[in-house]
Structures are given as structure tokens and as C-alpha cells.
Design a protein around this ligand. Structure first.
Ligand SMILES: Cc1cc2nc3c(=O)[nH]c(=O)nc-3n(C[C@H](O)[C@H](O)[C@H](O)COP(=O)(O)O)c2cc1C
Length: 423
């Protein structure tokens, strides 16, 4: 299903959104947005991440904006559905990191306009940093602090990790890195547990296959990449099997490899067909990689913008078609969308392909004049645009889509839109 250029919704709703967009820009939005949307608009925006319930589908994607307790605190205050923390580089008990080349500190980050091949413009962040560069203990402390800060708010905290991946010449997997790192992350996550019941909530964990990996020798062979996708979930699960509250949800944050769309499709098929080693969820899909582009004397940069969402949506469409032709017969795996989500409209595009949550990085890093809200922190300002913009916002597009699909409207549920693809 393609969505039109402008939303076609009842005049009354359009006017309400316009009014809210303007007044919330001046004085801030409602304290509990989910209640407000349910009562005033009849919209139920509950969502899912890793198969677990979320109060709303909006998440901070792993990166430079989820590295400190202060950043998490702002996201919790803004009412985000979840926060994926910056990716830590796995290590073994002696502190050895086989992926240590990814523990690079950022020197300079530039948020800039980017022109997509379609002629559409968007934003991208250019830099040469990679994963978490502080100590592992500091990362563990961040997990505990983040959980304490989020306690009682309904914002889910999700650690993220970059584990060892063997190159085509290697056959060995550094299992000790998987074991030690996963166990420590789980302990830290539990240490931040403030409620009496939360201990039974499973920990969701993202495994980052970053775009810079696409440009490295490790990702030069397709067979090896498919092996990674099949083996990683098992190694993470084995690391905490039998531990108290060791029920974790492992998600693969898929990358855009330097091969064609056909291979992206093969990656999606591979995780669905992995039997007991299927991931519990996946994130689709991290940024593109330009091997020849230079930044600050460094060759090869990751980028986002319209080309990223065009590619992701195209591949997800092909995957849906493959399912419709019964080339994929296994049940769908829950997924969270990432990639150039800068409007509610784009979020609905991903939801129409089955995404039950959205995770954004770039949109939270735009120059201040890109948000019309005059009060609140940056996350609040960004969310205000994403929800309430009268032409591109989530509310108008959710209504437009649900009405066109003839979905039940009392209330109108975001999850009904996200689930339609898979029925
Ligand atoms: C500066 C920067 C740092 C990032 N660091 C990570 C990271 O550590 N781990 C990860 O999984 N993704 C990382 N990402 C990818 C984002 O989480 C996100 O998935 C991607 O940028 C696509 O979303 P966007 O178009 O909203 O930025 C980073 C992205 C940027 C721009």
C-alpha cells in the first residue's frame, strides 16, 4: 500500500491537530500524551518492541545521543517509548576486545543536508567515531543509572553491544566475549531494577552490525555475513542460559551491506529461517556506507537521509512480496524501524511494512530552528513535530492510513496498522 502526498482526514481532526500543534509549540504538550491522544483523538498509540509492550512507538536509536544519564533523563522526561543506549564493544574477562577497532572516540560530528538520488533532501550526520570508547565499567554504570532514571516512567531501556564477528578467514567465534559481556550487561540491567515486579521483565538487547562494518574486510563475503546472523542469537542466549532472570530478548540491528538489494533480502530470509536460532526481534536497517567518501582525512563514511529510507522501504516491500508468494513461510519476527524517520509520515511508511516501533538518531540532532516548539528539551521539541505537524505528523497520517484501510476506529490503534501487513 502506498500512501498519498497529503493526508485525507475529517476537517474536525485536521483542525484539532493544527490547534494543538500551535498551542503546544508555545507552552509544551500534555503531561501524559498517550492519555491525551486516547481521550481527545480516540487514538491508541501503544506499541511493541522486542515483542514487549511499549507505551508509544518512539525510541532513541543507539548512538551519541544515548551515552549519558543526563541524555536518558531528558528522553524519559519527554515520554519516549524506549531508549537504546550507545553500543558498547564486547570484551572478555581480561579486557580484550576483538572488535576494538570500533572503540573510537568521535572528534567532530557534522549535521548536514543531504540530497537523495530521488531528488528529495534530508539530513545526515557525518563523523568518524564508532562505538563506546570509555571503559566497560562506565557502560555498566550507565545501564544501571538509566534503568533507575526510567523506573516507573514506562520508558524501556535497551543496552546495545557490538560482539566479535569472525572474518572470512576465521572460523572461531570468541565465545568468551559473548559470555562475559552479556552476563555483565544483564547484571547491570538487573542492578538498576527499582520495582518489585520488573525483575520478571526480560531484558531486550540489540546486537549492532554497524554500517562501518560494511566497509571492513570482515563483511566482504556473503556466506560469512549469513553465518553471523544465524550464530549470534544462539551465542548471546547461551551466555545467560540458566541464570536467574536470564530471559533476554536478543535483537539483530541489521546493516546495509555493500551488496545489492537481493542480498539484503537474503539476510531477512536467513534470520526468519534460522529455526531455534532466530532472533527475538530485529531492527531494520542501519545507515548506508560510502567507501570512497572522505571526512576529516578519513576515507569511508556512513550516511543516512532519503537514500537510506528509500532502500529500506524497497527491501521491506520485496520481503513482503516474498512472503506473499510463500517464499518465506515462517512466522514474522517483530521489528523496529530505523533510517531517515524525520516525520510521522515516514514512520507510518515503516509501520505499513510491519514495524511496531521506530528508532531515530539524526532527527534528534537537527539545528534548533528546525523545531517550532519554543519550550522543553530537544527530545520534546522533536516529538512535538513528529506527532503534531499538521501535514507530516504521526497523528494525521495514522488517521489517514487507518481510515483508508477501514480499520476499527473506537479507538483507532497504531498496532492495527502495524499488524495489517502480516495477516
Ligand atoms: C553519530 C551516530 C552514531 C551512531 N552510533 C551507533 C551505535 O553506536 N550503535 C548503533 O547500533 N547505531 C548507531 N548509529 C545508528 C543509529 O542508531 C540509527 O540507527 C541510524 O543513524 C539510522 O537512523 P537515523 O536516520 O534516524 O539517524 C549511529 C548513528 C549516528 C548518526
Amino acid at each position: 500500500m502506498t500512501i498519498p502526498k497529503s493526508p485525507a482526514i475529517p476537517e474536525k481532526i485536521q483542525q484539532a491537530v493544527q490547534r494543538d500543534y500551535e498551542r503546544f509549540a508555545e507552552r509544551g504538550g500534555p503531561t501524559i500524551l498517550e492519555d491525551y491522544l486516547l481521550e481527545d483523538y480516540g487514538l491508541d498509540i501503544s506499541a511493541e518492541y522486542a515483542g514487549l509492550p511499549l507505551k508509544n512507538p518512539w525510541g532513541k536509536a543507539s548512538g551519541q545521543l544515548s551515552m549519558t544519564a543526563r541524555q536518558v533523563e531528558e528522553d524519559v522526561a519527554a515520554g519516549m517509548g524506549f531508549v537504546a543506549l550507545k553500543s558498547v564493544i564486547a570484551e572478555d574477562p581480561t579486557g580484550n576486545q576483538s572488535m576494538g577497532a570500533w572503540a573510537i572516540q568521535e572528534a567532530r560530528m557534522v549535521t548536514e543536508r543531504i540530497l537523495g538520488q530521488s531528488g528529495e533532501t534530508g539530513w545526515t550526520v557525518t563523523w568518524k567515531g564508532r562505538g563506546w570508547w570509555q571503559s566497560f565499567d562506565e557502560y555498566l554504570k550507565l545501564i544501571g543509572d538509566a534503568r533507575r532514571l526510567a523506573s516507573g516512567s514506562g520508558t524501556m531501556i535497551v543496552p546495545s553491544c557490538k560482539y566479535h564477528l569472525p572474518s572470512s578467514e576465521e572460523s572461531e567465534w570468541r565465545k568468551e566475549e559473548y559470555e562475559y559481556t552479556t552476563q555483565k550487561i544483564l547484571e547491570a540491567w538487573q542492578s538498576g531494577d527499582q520495582s518489585s515486579t520488573a525483575s520478571s521483565t526480560p531484558m531486550a538487547l540489540e546486537k549492532d552490525f554497524s554500517p562501518t562494518l560494511a566497509g571492513s574486510d570482515r563483511a566482504s563475503a556473503q556466506e560469512k555475513i549469513l553465518e553471523w546472523l544465524r550464530v549470534v542469537p544462539r551465542l548471546v542466549r547461551e551466555a545467560v542460559q540458566g541464570r536467574p532472570n536470564g530471559d533476554i530478548r536478543i535483537g539483530l540491528k541489521m546493516f546495509n551491506a555493500l551488496f545489492d538489494d537481493e542480498f539484503q533480502l537474503a539476510m531477512l530470509k536467513a534470520i526468519h529461517a534460522a529455526g531455534v536460532d532466530r532472533p527475538d526481534f530485529y531492527v531494520y536497517a542501519n545507515r548506508l556506507f560510502a567507501p570512497d567518501r572522505e571526512f576529516d582525512g578519513h576515507k569511508g563514511v556512513a550516511f543516512g537521509g532519503p537514500d537510506l529510507s528509500d532502500r529500506n522501504l524497497r527491501v521491506l516491500d520485496r520481503f513482503t512480496e516474498a512472503r506473499n508468494r510463500s517464499e518465506v513461510v515462517e512466522p514474522p519476527i517483530n521489528f523496529s524501524a530505523t533510517g531517515n524517520i524525520a516525520t510521522g509520515r515516514m514512520a507510518v511508511e515503516y509501520a505499513l511494512r510491519g514495524a511496531t516501533s521506530f528508532q531515530l538518531h539524526t532527527y534528534f540532532q537537527l539545528p534548533a530552528d528546525q523545531y517550532s516548539m519554543k519550550v522543553g528539551n530537544r527530545t520534546q521539541r522533536a516529538l512535538h513535530e513528529l506527532y503534531f505537524h499538521p501535514e507530516t505528523g504521526f497523528i494525521v497520517w495514522l488517521f489517514d492510513t487507518a481510515l483508508r484501510m477501514g480499520l476499527p476506529s473506537k479507538p483507532l490503534r497504531f498496532m492495527d496498522v502495524a499488524r495489517t501487513t502480516w495477516q
